[in-house]
Design a protein around this ligand. Sequence first.
Ligand code: DGJ
Length: 727
Amino acid sequence: MMKTVKKFLTLFLLFSPLLPFAQTIPLLTRSNALVLRVDAKKRINISYFGEKLSKEAGYTQAPGMYRQNEDYGDILNSAYLPAGSVNMFEPAIAVVHGDGNTSLDLEYVSHSTSTISNDVSLTTVILKDKLYPFQVKLFYKTYFAEDVMELWSSISHTEKKPVLLNKFASASLYLKSPEFWLRNYHGDWAKEMQPEETRITHGIKTLDTKLGTRANLFQPPLFMVSVGKPATEDEGSVLVGSVSWTGNFRVDLELDNQDNLRLTAGINNYQSAYTLKPKEEFETAKFLYTFSSRGKGVASRNLHTWARNYGMVDGHGSRMTLLNNWEATYFDFNETKLAELLKDTKKLGVDLFLLDDGWFANKYPRNDDHAGLGDWEENKKKLPNGISYLVKEATANDVKFGIWIEPEMVNPKSELYEKHPEWVIRQPGREEHYFRNQLVLDLTNPRVQDFVFGVVDDLLTKNPDMAYIKWDCNAVIYNAQSAFLTNQSHLYVDYVRGLYKVLERIRTKYPTIPLMLCSGGGGRVDYGALQYFTEYWPSDNTDPLERIYMQWEYSYFFPAIASSNHVTEWGKQSLKYRIDVAMMGKMGFDIVIGKLPAKELMFSQQAVRVYDSVKNVIWHGEQYRLSDPWSNPVASVQYVDSTLSTSVVFNYLVNNRYGQGSAYPVRLKGLDANADYRLREVNLFPGTKSPVDSSLTYSGDFLMKVGFNPVVRSGRNSVVLVVEKVK
Ligand code: DGJ
């Protein structure tokens, strides 16, 4: 009997890919489904994308409900659209085979699903070309509870000669709806994350970067596609996505002749045709997305939870508040000045002192941004006793010590450049062109990788008490040419791979050290890099009014715990306003503490204590955007802890016209409707009184349906409320 069952099972498994019901591959998360289907020609298609259906049969029935224009090649909804056979649209993959042939027609071979944990599963689909020994594996990783998917592919072959990959996307998605709306971002230095929302029209809209060393400056790899109509915070269907790649990315949004949207995302193929040797594997970047049919708010919280669980280092941990000396001293400091700043760090009450740029290089001292990058020895004039002395001094002052580095870069005026011109990305024979007076080191070269790893390793080996590193990146790649590579069109891809190799080594040796991912201008943030970092620098623009908008937009993609927000002298707002805005993430200071008037110092010290009391709600709670700065005079953002017992609500006046303020109550979200809450205003500047009566109680139901008026107006332009459940 057992034998017959076994035999039947083996036969079933063997032939299951041919059985009609086995041709549908539903990839399911808590609320959503991405359904793949193998058609009669053995092509793998996307047959359903959207909210999960209650019966699986629906996924087979759904395609029959559409009466759209002709699909002449029967290929438009391909899960990985190849170029060179019957496809007339933007491909996911385009190749030139070893014999010069440019065709590709990928056939389904098999698929399998492995369970990684209760939450995570990985489905692998194997595709092969009909004529050539050329294979693509499609990977679909589902994060069930978070409603997040990661899609990527791996390409290989056993042809006699190398194959040229002209395009190598992570994946394609295919969405059906009468309308699509795209929210994408543009920017520049100090102007990051400017949103634009437009209806997607026929043809292709491409989001991409060609910067080489990072994704963001002019355009981050972050976007939203609303299906049907523009999604709001709590309504509408929306895909929120990104490419996890710390360099050139590309996202194509193509509305085709059937009026369907093909979304093809991955590494940018710009100047990057990749020669793939037989048996070599080309693994693409990951395309990450979540989908919500209940608005952008849910989608963002999905991504926050995912990031804290899987997408960053120490997402559930703690972060250190800090005092940074960049804007306080720039390059002008010495041991005595720093000793004072260490005392100020303690006086302010923050956890760590962060020594910024300017501490290194001797032959060409780093006294401004024209020299010294690459020469990572302490500058003897400024720091005669070295970094280790400062680390000890920090300990003596009962604070921690962190340091700034920019190890991927070199100034032409440096010993490193003199010794190793072959380590620098540049076109010999062409005039060098600089971005912030510097050039990029060639991370495709393993010796350069060793050098960059060595910068970090050396600092941490010599100073085991070093507690934090700010990793900066201030240049893009101009004149892309590597003295190491024979194949120059591999440079952009192999640069990022080289960077990941270094970061991997750092994390293997130093798994817990906090690392800030920084880039002056266009925070270098993306989920490819964030897997090695604890936080990112959203922008050099720390004007709090600007930050309200920027942090608002970043917060659709990244959790507050990852956002390094520093209080600086940027902007015209009061110190209170600046501190309140910085609190909506991971707070730091970059001001001259010694120059603060007594009341401002007292306020700052008290604000650090307030922050310490609510930071866990901000870092680990759910974030709700209540009132958006783009269309209201008052912007409000709320964080609620997982037990729904404490919430923090930040409210800011963002419109200074006469009489503007909180005319209406701000409706809170995410509270326990049946519980009672008390509200108290915190971060009051010494000498001011709050109109908020903290003895009154309100039900969660009331606060969510009617709301609460924080009384924001001119003269009270920043109000922070702590909402606590009455026990
Ligand atoms: C750019 C960063 O964004 C700043 O915070 C500072 O670290 C400078 N670089 C230092 O050169």
